[in-house]
Design a protein around this ligand. Sequence first.
Ligand SMILES: *Cc1c(COP(=O)(O)O)cnc(C)c1O
Length: 401
Amino acid sequence: MQVTRELFNEVMVPNYNPADIIPVRGLGARVWDQEGNEYIDFAGGIAVNVLGHCHPELVNVLKEQGEKLWHLSNVLTNEPVLRLAKKLTDATFAEKVYFANSGAEANEAALKLARRFALDNYGPEKDQIISFKQGFHGRTFFTVTVGGQAAYSDGFGPKPGAIDHVDYNDLSALEAIMSERTCAVMMEPLQGEGGIISPTQSFVEGVRDLCDKHNALLIFDEVQSGVGRTGELYAYMGLGVTPDILTSAKALGGGFPIGAMLTTTAIAAHLKVGTHGSTYGGNPLACAVAEKVLDIVNTPEVLNGVKQKEQQFREGLKAINDKYHVFDEVRGKGLLLGCALNEKYQGRARDFLVASAKEKLMCLVAGANVVRFAPSLILTDADIQEGLARFERAVAAVVNA
Ligand SMILES: *Cc1c(COP(=O)(O)O)cnc(C)c1O
């Protein structure tokens, strides 16, 4: 069978519009397409391929587990899921873990748990969920409604209720809307899809205080910011603010689908037998891979490496900007960086992405005004230098077009 990009339009639901090339192989931070062209990957499968493509230790564990046991359902437990849960609870504030298959599913579980917790402890009036404009929490109907872009949740009929949105980094707006009715506040401790926006220290501390004051749970969506991305295992560790519930996915599986919701024993107790579940959540194959990802990422070597590589990126991007004057700032933390375009290039992030692809560099956008990088956490100096050289040529092409 001849597999071409045209086939996509023929047989796929048109909710995506992928690039013209079809990648067939990857290794580290490099990817090759059907024609054998080599790309440098600064996108990391949207902050997923945290150890690059086909990391030998991940390939090994996948093969080994693949010959042992793939799936049982949650009628039975298994060794990889218990080992992974133990390691996640040892490494974080959490005492209990629920496994799912994606970020949206982990968030769905977090939101349902928060509602149960409030119902059991305070009654049905305590149902308000507050989240932030431009926030992103996934595409199930509950999570997309909690997300801060109505355009993503409109047009599907009646939405789940009791959900309010306020501006990120606006503590007084949050304070004004919170009350004893507030069940939970859900936030990304570094907004990803919304444009790579860091919380101010006073904001994130203030959110924690307001949640405590109103007996509301604080949910950190670390689907994009977690598992080493910011140079800490989870971003909350760098902020010094601990949530009640934390969700993780994307990088957790290094490219294999998995999601997790982490919380305390007291809160977890409200998801009693039969209240929630997933056929595939916690399957041995995904958990074996994620365990290996965690073993490798949660080391000083990799986490400190992220901080060093962030500096290399920032220096390289500054040099490019000194020459071409296209960004207002480079924001974000660790290897989740966003170049915010200046006045002159507003709305043109996609042009930079297309120009980069022509130079054989994969990058991302975060909205119309931010070019985003979320590469492998262990990409080499040579990958960074060559990738930035390609990005410079792409910037020059846009500027001189
Ligand atoms: C990607 C993302 C999600 C959704 O994850 P899926 O695996 O696509 O369901 C949720 N929250 C954040 C912060 C994300 O970046």
